[in-house]
Design a protein around this ligand. Structure first.
Ligand SMILES: Cc1ncc(COP(=O)(O)O)c(C=O)c1O
Length: 606
């Protein structure tokens, strides 16, 4: 066994018997993120009073009334079974306790999401023990941002030991161990469950644990798990390509060619290389630049990162990739030009033409943008007219228009693709995430026919490829997910239930720190501000969105946090984007947990 540093692994001190006793004690320890948060929780009700006092009463009340009325109206119009299910929480509530507190305060609210029976109750046989693999012991809830093993929120000794060889996303974070999931719920090894309010990273469109997809996956794995794309094509890849093309807009339906890869970053790499090769094949070898936008995210690989406009994600690797031109985003809440729509004349898209001219049209291969900016701005849709004008400018200068729909594609915004809202046909659409709904690594590029034709007439092949391009197992899973979406009419449902969700999120503006609520379909973003009037963000040192993540985790709710919302420097936002299958009662549950998380954040930041 490898030797371990006693400094980094203090739990390994002492005899095995002592260590086991310590683990048992820690499992019984109250769930507290950090002392400050425990105090924050205790301050909750006082904070609510202050919150309501701070708010101009009439405006806030009217806003809430209006949004609730709108949501009710939508529910009525839908005639949906929005309240047909019991609020979630069939498992016993697990209380957040202040240090030293062993019983819930009288009148204290349960942290319903971190539900799952308390270890003592399980030991007494009061509640059925949730299934978990024998090798994974239960442990206290992990809270991100806290040092590993620090305080009662750290992982158990067994968990630490088991994770010793895994290179996790953050080496200083104690993550809960996920063991199973169904519907909108993810369960951890400690028997707690979390409402998946953001579908992971806006991935799980059809919800977790869909049997039909699992059945297709196992059948396919037995029949044909792999065939290399340089040697074979497969029925599975052809089937998925046809289904994806059928979802695409305009002439893509008929002429579209679909290049299948393993995820969003690979799909972006594929699209920008395809744009470059297209121009070389058509006699314009000078065209190599891809214009992108600040405040965008296009992926983690070097090419995708070069076009990404998120300052923080670029900074470390910037010396390693080719510089690409960036223009300001379409972001009305913090308009980079200090203007207002529509009197602004959509100056942001006009800058695309300026950039093309400045760079020289003969050097620009493509323009890439997200129709609804996801990770780095928090669900900000383009204004009406932006994409139509971008289309005109690109056509005029022989620049390919690439819509990055990795997050928005395949129904997330309530339409097949987000560009459908803007009635525009790009030259390339990049997609991923919801394409497989998280059931397999999968991404795709849809190219209009003329792009593929140019390669066919030129070299004849695409100078590109991955071992797992057009993988039959992933392709079969993708088709099963698309079939499930169609059979259950889930894209239309994302649109309908997304309006209900949006209405209820709008009502959270009663919290003074919620500066803006925006989104489309089942993809919503909330921006957190220190001062709603001036839109001044909290200082980055307060890590407001990260703290909200932790507080929501204590409420058993998963959200997708982001920062650098204002020019990549400061600002906080988060995304709410549950599976399309979420019911009305589950939306209420999600919003109630978020409401409590926001109250706790307000108290913590006071
Ligand atoms: C718009 C967009 N493009 C590309 C990517 C990269 O996708 P992946 O993480 O699957 O590589 C993401 C991921 O969040 C994304 O949101």
């Amino acid at each position: 066994m490898m030797s371990r540093s006693p400094v980094r692994r203090p739990h390994l001190k002492g005899s095995p018997a002592k260590r086991r006793a310590r683990v048992r004690r820690r499992r019984r320890a109250p769930v507290v993120a950090e002392p400050a948060l425990a105090v924050a929780t205790a301050k909750e009700s006082a904070s609510l009073k202050t919150t309501l006092q701070d708010e101009p009463a009439v405006t806030a009340e009217r806003a809430i009334r209006d949004t609730l009325a709108e949501a009710e109206e939508i529910e009525m119009l839908l005639g949906e079974e929005v309240d047909e299910e019991e609020p979630a929480g069939e498992e016993e509530a697990y209380f957040i306790k202040a240090p030293g507190q062993t019983r819930p305060r009288s009148g204290a609210r349960p942290a319903r999401g971190i539900s799952g029976s308390a270890p003592e109750e399980r030991a007494a046989g009061a509640v059925p023990k949730p299934a978990r693999p024998a090798a994974v012991p239960p442990g206290p809830i992990a809270v991100t941002g806290g040092p590993r093993g620090a305080g009662p929120a750290g992982p158990s000794a067994e968990e630490e030991e088991e994770a010793a060889h895994l290179f996790p996303r953050n080496l200083n974070t104690a993550y809960p161990v996920a063991v199973r999931a169904e519907g909108i719920w993810i369960h951890d090894a400690a028997g707690r469950k979390y409402l998946d309010g953001c579908s992971g990273a806006v991935v799980c469109s059809i919800g977790h644990g869909v049997e039909e997809v699992a059945a297709v996956m196992t059948g396919q794995a037995r029949r044909l798990a792999f065939a290399h794309s340089s040697q074979f094509i497969t029925r599975e890849a052809m089937g998925l390509a046809s289904r994806v093309a059928a979802l695409a807009p305009g002439d893509m339906k008929k002429t579209g060619r679909v290049y299948l890869v393993s995820g969003g970053s690979e799909a972006v790499e594929t699209a920008i290389k395809l744009a470059r090769q297209y121009h070389v094949e058509t006699g314009r070898p000078g065209k190599s630049k891809i214009i992108a936008r600040w405040q965008s995210y296009h992926g983690s690989t070097m090419g995708a990162l070069a076009v990404t406009g998120n300052v923080a994600r670029r900074a470390l690797y910037q010396p390693m990739f080719a510089p690409m031109p960036h223009i300001p985003p379409c972001y009305c809440y913090r308009c980079p030009y200090g203007l207002e729509f529509p009197s602004c004349g959509t100056a942001c898209v006009e800058d695309l033409e300026t950039a093309i001219r400045q760079e020289g049209p003969d050097t620009v291969a493509a323009f890439i943008a997200e129709p609804v900016v996801g990770a780095t701005l928090g669900a900000v849709p383009a204004v009406e007219g932006y994409w139509q004008r971008a289309r005109e400018i690109c056509t005029k200068h022989d620049v390919l228009l690439i819509a990055d729909e990795v997050m928005t594609g395949v129904g997330r915004t309530g339409r097949n693709f987000a560009v459908d809202h803007f009635r525009v046909v790009p030259d390339l659409i990049v997609t991923g995430k919801g394409l497989s709904g998280g059931y397999a690594p999968l991404g795709a590029v849809i190219a209009r026919g003329f792009v593929a034709d140019a390669l066919k007439a030129g070299r004849g092949y695409f100078e590109h490829g991955f071992t797992y391009s057009a993988n039959p197992l992933s392709a079969a899973v993708g088709s099963a997910v698309l079939d499930y979406l169609a059979k259950n009419n889930l894209i239309a449902r994302a649109s309908r239930m997304g309006k209900v969700l949006g209405g209820k999120l709008q009502a959270l503006k009663r919290h003074p720190l919620v500066g803006d609520v925006r989104g489309l379909g089942m993809m919503w973003g909330l921006e957190i501000v220190k001062d709603r009037k001036t839109r001044e963000p909290f200082p980055p040192s307060l890590k407001a969105s990260r703290r909200l993540y932790d507080l929501c985790l204590l409420e058993g709710l998963l959200i997708y946090p982001g920062s650098g919302t204002r020019e990549g420097q400061d600002g906080d936002h988060f995304i709410i984007a549950p599976p399309f299958t979420i019911t009305g009662a589950e939306i209420d549950d999600l919003v109630a947990r978020l409401d409590r998380g926001l109250k706790a954040l307000a108290a913590a930041l006071r």
